[in-house]
Design a protein around this ligand. Structure first.
Ligand code: FBP
Length: 552
């Protein structure tokens, strides 16, 4: 197989471990912390997790390894969307297991959780692992979005694991996958299966974050990749001086990715969904805010600019959420067939007009026709509108265009507005992990092996103090139940890890809010450039601005 020069170089990179894990396996001991309780709904969560609730936080430290020597056969899955660094979690886990004993075995279940159900697996060996070290992607075993949540599924997982002699599972995933890891850990403990379950925090979205998890892996690399591209686009905009670029960035619902990219690049506009929701802004108000920047810059002769739009923005606009709910109702069950049978868009438009409330039709009616049609094209398996497929970058540029036309008619704007659109998503999810993500992920995997060796279950592999050099990182484990509360999901109360949205009182948003008025009018762009893997540490080992501000 032909390899790129960077691929070859990255195979040689030795990821940095936290200082306390650097002394060799025989020199890693456990320091017990306090017993834990869940962040909310303590009684309910304790009742749901009688075997795994309330355990102590633990930290590893230098000292004699007192764990019981035993052969470990560990299964691992990657779950959900790709995030740079997943391969290093697997290689860190593999290296620690082999350092504990060459007899230990690591089995990768393929294609995500479904691999555990279908018993689709591979047994890792050195050559195979070595071909994936420090590279992006999840192709080492693949990933998938099957949810492991029912008792029947758990029984199959246990049966398949027992057939391999698996005594521990590592689940690398986001908030849902780690919630399910906790439920599976409880199931395994309650049924005396002898199988431990350990989670690892993954997602580029950055919304798996709390007082224990400083950041999920992949966020660093993905946002650096997007920021590089946004910086390049800004430079092009500032060179050609003729386009407004509307750039949608991934991140499903939370706006952490958009905010981090804004802190890295200082664009003219960055929308933050959580703020739009808090201020109950309408689509027209959001468009007006962007148009203010366009007009102010045009008054200086600058008919160009850059606006960052978070993927989930429209769900945060209250009137839009109501519209979506009404459309879902309008097309529920067999009503969708009647709608689809209508021959022309005009017929459908009349059907919609008659079916929506006046207020929602008013919102629908200001949308450009292509967006109106998008709302009725792609439906999820439950028949609901797929909000993430709405091209919000085009939606807002169209609304801004209309807004500017009105300003022109009123004589308050006399510029030119020509918009280009971009969506930055998949190109960031499988980039070569930054040194930060390479080190962090390797440490999470290595640490997970130590948690297994010491017999823990229902724990999340936790590495903290991440804004400091890796030497000072702190490795340990936290019971997943500590991060849980009860939420209403699909009509039922469920124990879940709370999703972290952008905190409007948090330091990253505050920094942004203090500076954005200037960025909206000036050309204050930053050009972060490509991720650097080799060179001075202040260029190569930079963490995100979000983490730096949160920990400042
Ligand atoms: P995870 O939450 O599983 O990490 O995935 C996040 C994400 O990358 C979102 O940013 C994006 O909206 C979504 O996955 C895209 O999903 P898919 O890969 O199924 O198209």
């Amino acid at each position: 197989m032909k390899l790129s020069p960077l691929q070859i170089a990255r195979y040689q990179y030795a990821p940095k471990l936290p200082g306390m894990l650097r002394n060799g396996i025989s020199e890693i001991s456990v320091r017990n912390g306090e017993p834990t309780s869940s962040v909310a709904d303590q009684e309910k969560i304790a009742a749901l997790f009688p075997n795994t609730y309330g355990k102590n936080e633990i930290t590893f430290q230098k000292g004699e390894n007192t764990s019981e020597a035993k052969k470990l056969t560990v299964g691992v899955i990657l779950s959900g969307g790709q995030a740079p660094g997943g391969h290093n979690v697997v290689s860190g886990l593999y290296d620690a297991l082999k350092a504990l004993s060459p007899e230990n075995v690591l089995i990768g279940f393929k294609g995500g959780p479904s691999g555990l159900l279908d018993n689709d697996f591979i047994i890792f060996e050195d050559d195979y692992i070595n071909a994936y070290r420090n590279t992006g992607g999840f192709d080492i075993i693949g990933s998938g979005r099957t949810k492991l949540e029912t008792q029947e599924q758990f029984a199959i997982v246990v049966e398949n694991c027992k057939a391999h002699g698996v005594n521990a599972l590592v689940i690398i995933g986001g908030d849902d996958s780690n919630t399910n890891a906790a439920v599976l850990a409880e199931y395994c403990a309650a049924h005396n299966t002898g199988i431990q379950v350990i989670g690892c925090p993954k997602t580029i979205d950055g919304d798996l974050k709390n007082e224990d998890i400083e950041c999920s892996f992949g966020f660093d690399t993905a946002t650096k990749t997007y920021s590089e591209i946004i910086g390049n686009i800004q430079r092009d905009a500032n060179s050609a001086k003729k386009y407004w670029h509307f750039i949608k960035v991934m991140g499903r619902s939370a706006s952490h990715v958009a905010l981090e990219c804004a802190l890295e690049t200082q664009p003219n506009i960055c929308l933050i969904g959580e703020e739009v929701a808090a201020k109950k802004m309408s689509l027209a108000q959001v468009a007006d805010q962007i148009a203010d920047s366009v007009a102010a810059r045009a008054a200086r002769g600058w008919n160009f600019g850059v606006a960052i739009i978070p993927e989930g923005i429209v769900e945060f606009v209250p009137e839009f959420s109501v519209l979506i709910a009404e459309i879902n109702e309008l097309l529920a069950g067999t009503k969708a067939d009647a709608f689809n049978a209508l021959p022309t868009w005009n017929d459908k438009y009349t059907f919609i007009k008659n079916g929506l409330t006046e207020a929602s039709f008013g919102v629908f009616d200001i949308l450009p026709e292509n967006i109106q049609q998008q709302l009725f094209l792609e439906r999820d398996p439950h028949g609901n509108v797929q909000v993430s497929l709405i091209e919000s970058e085009k939606l807002f540029s169209a609304l801004v265009k209309d807004n500017l036309a009105a300003r022109k008619a009123a004589g308050t704007y006399n510029g030119k507005f020509s918009a280009l659109h971009h969506f930055l998503g998949y190109e960031g999810r499988c980039a070569f992990p930054s040194n930060f993500d390479a080190d962090y992920c390797y440490s999470l995997g290595y640490n997970a092996a130590m948690l297994i060796q010491y017999g823990y279950t229902g724990y999340l592999s936790k590495v903290s103090n991440l804004s400091k050099p890796a030497e000072e990182w702190v490795a340990g484990g936290m019971p997943i139940t500590k991060m849980m509360n009860i939420e209403r999901r699909h009509g039922a109360d469920k124990p879940v890890i709370r999703k972290a949205l952008v905190e409007l009182e948090g330091a990253p948003f505050k920094f942004f809010a203090e500076n954005r008025a200037e960025w909206a009018v000036e050309t204050a762009y930053l050009y972060p450039g490509a991720i650097q893997y080799y060179g001075p540490t202040e260029v190569c080992d930079l963490t995100t601005r979000t983490l730096a501000l949160e920990k400042a």
